[in-house]
Design a binder for this molecule. Sequence first.
Ligand code: NAD
Length: 380
Amino acid sequence: MKIAVAREIEVCERRVALIPDTVARLVKQGLEVWVEAGAGERAFFSDAAYEAAGATIIADNSKLWGEADILLKVSPPQEREDGRSEIDLLKAGSVLISFLNPLGNPVVAKRLAERQVSAVAMEMIPRTTRAQSMDALSSQASIAGYKAVLIATAALPKYFPMLTTAAGTIAPAKVFIMGAGVAGLQAIATARRLGSVVEAFDIRPAVKEEVQSLGAKFVEVKLDEETTTSGGYAKEISEASKQRTQEVVAQHIKNADVVITTAQVPGKKAPLLVTQEMVAQMKPGSVIVDIAAEQGGNCACTDPGKDIVWNGITIIGPINLPSSMPVHASQLYAKNLTSLMQLLIKDKAVHLDFADDIIDAACITHAGEIRSSRIKEALQ
Ligand code: NAD
């Protein structure tokens, strides 16, 4: 059985699905690993390092895709320069494991099903304790939260920490984090480590304790509706609740030097949390970093992939932040994939046991069918 690591052709994607260390572990288990030539280059892992770990380097991209039993990737399959889709290169009956954005772009799932590929979407790994080591959404979101703060520090025309100097005292920067999921909590921790005063807001009241344990103040908004799904995710809230939260957060946005927005609702466009009127109220020189830019943005002024200055406020809408730290992002993602493969591989062969809740949830296509009702709905 061949496990293959593809070279990412998406322009903004610097991560690689396996790093040499994880290859060595798989090879030790008697598995054959192929790595496409140059796959790790943009994450600083050389072909020589993969070879030393026991991988076979394959220069012929069609051979790698066409003969792999398990194809590992980071970004969803792309259209190639020659006009063919990467999906068309896959062998019928093979397994593709990757981020696939199945709810945002369900057509990919449809085409993978038609290609008779068993596709495992990393976004669909359940957020349970047993699946924690496979949870790539979390490993990558944490990087995004960390990097967002560093981007803000670089753009802010001020210090983050409080400083007492011979030339006077500098007050600490005020940072307001909106959305306290995995990315938001890491952003809080990073902003606190840099010495700023941090406030955070989320519509899920359950995060209050986590926010406080990181040394930040939780901005509470009492709403008359349930804001959390049974799975622990945020729900889309009513117009009345949106208005209520906007009234409360407006003052905190106005007082902040830095606002970092991370709010998402799975399968939906990111909620609008910062209106243009709120941005207009901020102090000149303040900075907004909108991690949700790719999903439509939490700020009305966000232009995905761009840094803009509006009314003296810098609004940054970064795309694919984990890819900007490709060494550790790849290391953590590779660990997520190898943990998942321990479940999928029995006696050196793929064994998709749909009685296992993780495989059942994450395997979105099999035997020519889309297995997830949510993806089928998204296709309509
Ligand atoms: P996410 O990326 O889906 O959303 C980010 C945050 O935005 C969430 O905290 C959400 O509540 C918040 N949000 C959504 N709408 C909002 C709004 N209108 N205003 C303010 N905030 C809003 O979240 P995530 O980081 O993927 O985490 C989702 C859930 O999964 C959380 O409950 C988290 O604790 C849980 N989780 C569990 C595990 C585990 O048990 N293994 C691992 C990771 C995450």
